[in-house]
Design a protein around this ligand. Structure first.
Ligand code: SF4
Length: 314
């Protein structure tokens, strides 16, 4: 568990600035895209004026999972692939908290894949950021589920054997998916606008952040960083609206984010670095509203459990 317990007393008229959210000094590699995501997240917390003691960041294992240490909010740096069930438990018990989950591609799409699928289906109100550098970086360069086919790593030096898993297509294929977006660490205005839209959505917001890893996968996003014509923006008044990018990114596709079939088609087509809101449906059921919490008191539950166990002791 990270985060100082010495938050200042809650006062109605407090105003927060960026320093209120600043934790330890980030120890990612120079040029790592995680730095840009951290900055955007801190800007979001400030712009939405989220009280640090009402905000929770949960992570698993990986470079991206160091996030909770670098924010002065509550945090839980858990175990590999288990950030989503931990965050779900937190949100169900403390619905007043704003819950964010930060995962890498290995954390989310490999060991955590089962939790990912069911978190989408449960549609609990939280923001899930998947920082996708397409490699296991913390353990120093192994093929991840999203590594491009043929990309060499320490585990597959002749190149990744399999085509990559597409995180957007997977998410959009799960029942009850309610918010699916893609952004990139090197487009700060788009990154911030996407985080803001994700935060304001009530439900499970899945954001894939294309994230540069200058240590191991520098080539993967290099063309898109240098050449804006490789990037395509999804545009719609109900989507991610960033007018200052209009000139820089000329390649645009109109897409109504309420159209699930088109969202799936656009996600499947990997011919461009496509940024924007693929899908949003605020009417889908959220688990915290549809579940039936137990009304049995804690001591009664213990008594029932003991009685059940006693059946096997006879
Ligand atoms: Fe970032 Fe890659 Fe370094 Fe990890 S290994 S901190 S992802 S640059």
């Amino acid at each position: 568990m990270t985060g100082s317990l010495l938050f200042t007393t809650m006062e109605e008229d407090r105003e927060f600035d960026l320093e209120d959210y600043t934790g330890a000094v980030a120890r990612w590699c120079p040029g790592c895209g995680d730095h840009a995501v951290l900055t955007a997240v801190q800007r979001l917390l400030e712009s939405e004026q989220l009280a640090p003691e009402q905000t929770m960041f949960v992570s698993g294992i990986g470079c991206a999972s160091r996030f909770p240490h670098y924010l002065h909010t509550y945090g839980f740096h858990g175990i590999h692939g288990r950030a989503l069930p931990v965050a779900t438990g937190i949100k169900l018990h403390r619905p007043d908290l704003r819950v964010f989950v930060v995962m890498g591609d290995g954390d989310c799409c490999s060991i955590g894949a089962a939790h990912w699928i069911h978190a989408i289906r449960y549609n609990v109100d939280m923001v899930a950021l998947m920082l996708d550098n397409q490699v296991y970086g913390l353990t120093k360069n192994q093929t991840s589920p999203t590594s491009p086919k043929g990309y060499p790593s320490n585990t597959q030096p002749q190149g990744a054997y399999l085509p990559p898993l597409n995180p957007l297509s997977v998410t959009l294929g799960v029942t009850n998916a309610s918010f699916v977006a893609q952004t990139a660490d090197w487009v700060p205005a788009h990154l911030f606008a996407t985080l803001q839209a994700a935060y304001r959505h009530r439900g499970f917001s899945f954001v894939r952040v294309l994230q540069r890893c200058p240590q191991y996968t520098v080539e993967i996003f290099q063309q898109a960083v240098r050449d804006p014509s490789k990037v395509e923006l999804l545009v719609h008044p109900n989507g991610i609206v960033v007018p200052e990018l209009d000139q820089l990114y000329q390649r645009k596709t109109p897409h109504d984010p309420s159209d699930l079939d088109t969202a799936r088609r656009l996600a499947d087509d990997e011919g461009a670095f496509r940024l924007g809101l693929f899908y949003r449906n605020p009417t889908l059921p959220r688990y915290e509203e549809t579940r039936r919490p137990t009304t049995i008191a804690a001591d009664q539950r213990v008594a029932l459990l003991n009685a059940e166990l006693d059946r096997y002791a006879l």
